[in-house]
Ligand binder design. Structure first.
Ligand code: NAD
Length: 302
């Protein structure tokens, strides 16, 4: 059997079109568009490329977007003052601080200073708490887990009563997606197991999964024999395993591998996400969706 491919690149296009249409409607009715600011400190090349893509996507869907770049030696107080400025700026609905931050700055202090109603990354403790409570309490589900859930739903995979096994317990992927899948409601209502470095029988748990979500950061960790025939496999892992010359640009690019042995797994799974082109494109897409949610909350639109 060859699994159905769940392509993040295609789902991204559908969602961005939906967002663009909604932004146009809001603009027409209320004379406002969602505003997103990305704050970049320093010149880390990976951070620059992430932020550039976020701003480009925000522009594409019709947002008001600001790219605020600060010097690598900015003080913590000055960065806190900048956050405060955007917290009080009515044209801004979403504030994103690109991580990592330089050593002189306490990351936690900065993230906690963002107004929870503008915390479109969903990392503020108030939003983590809201996610835990679930239902109407949830304002901004964190972007990568939200993207994973959206892919599962749009692929038509039944989640109600499904055995979901999550590999990894990070605060940005493993814990939030596990929490989201166990809530009542659409795209959830599953029975969830979380496995990690302290788990005794990793393979045994994975074999029971109707939906296997892998976010370990270990290339090829999940072997084909750990996959239940017909399961939905979501590979979150993005691991750089080497470099190659791009056929398109002639430039050096990273060779990326997921946490699942894709070639063998696709013969057993019912559906599977590729790496690259799977979960990756969903994260920025969900950031756009959260920024749209932010203006809708503010305007009282359901
Ligand atoms: P992390 O290092 O913070 O957490 C990894 C988790 O996996 C840990 O909880 C650890 O206990 C578990 N783990 C590691 N090795 C294991 C093993 N051998 N057996 C069992 N459990 C093991 O990583 P993260 O931030 O959650 O990211 C995980 C992967 O997902 C990385 O490859 C990262 O690049 C990728 N990622 C992708 C996206 C995206 O595509 N948009 C976003 C976030 C993370």
């Amino acid at each position: 059997m060859s699994a159905k491919l769940i392509k993040g690149t295609e789902i991204r296009e559908q969602i961005l079109e939906e967002i663009t249409a909604e932004v146009a409607e809001i603009k027409e009715k209320y004379g406002k568009v969602p505003g997103l600011v990305t704050i970049l400190v320093g010149e880390n090349p990976a951070s620059i490329s992430y932020v550039t893509l976020k701003i480009k996507t925000a522009h594409r869907v019709g947002f008001h977007e600001i790219q605020d770049t600060q010097s690598v030696d900015i003080s913590e107080d000055d960065l806190l003052a900048l956050i405060d400025k955007y917290n009080n700026d009515d044209s801004i609905n979403g504030i994103l601080v690109q991580l990592p931050l330089p050593k002189q700055i306490n990351e936690k202090k900065i993230l906690n200073a963002i107004d929870p109603d503008k915390d479109v990354d969903g990392f503020h403790p108030i939003n983590v708490g809201r996610l835990m409570i679930g239902g109407d309490e949830v304002k901004f589900p964190p972007c990568t887990p939200a993207g994973i859930q959206e892919m599962i739903v749009r692929a038509g995979v039944e989640t109600k009563g499904a055995e979901v096994v999550v590999v990894g317990r990070s605060n940005i992927v493993g814990k939030p997606i596990a929490n989201m899948m166990l809530q009542k409601g659409v795209g959830a209502n599953s029975t969830v197991t979380v496995v990690h470095t302290g788990t005794k029988d990793l393979a045994g748990h994975c074999k029971r999964a109707d939906i296997l979500i892998v976010a370990a950061g270990v290339p090829g960790l999940v072997k084909p024999e750990w996959i239940k025939p017909g399961a939905c496999v979501i590979d979150v892992g993005v691991n750089r395993v080497g470099e190659k010359i791009s056929e398109k640009t002639g430039k050096k690019i990273a060779i990326l591998k997921g946490d699942v042995d894709f070639d063998a797994a696709k013969e057993i799974a019912g559906s599977i996400t590729p790496v690259p082109g799977g979960v990756g494109p969903m994260t920025i897409t969900m950031l756009m969706l959260n920024t749209l949610r932010a203006i809708k909350f503010k305007l009282g639109i359901n």
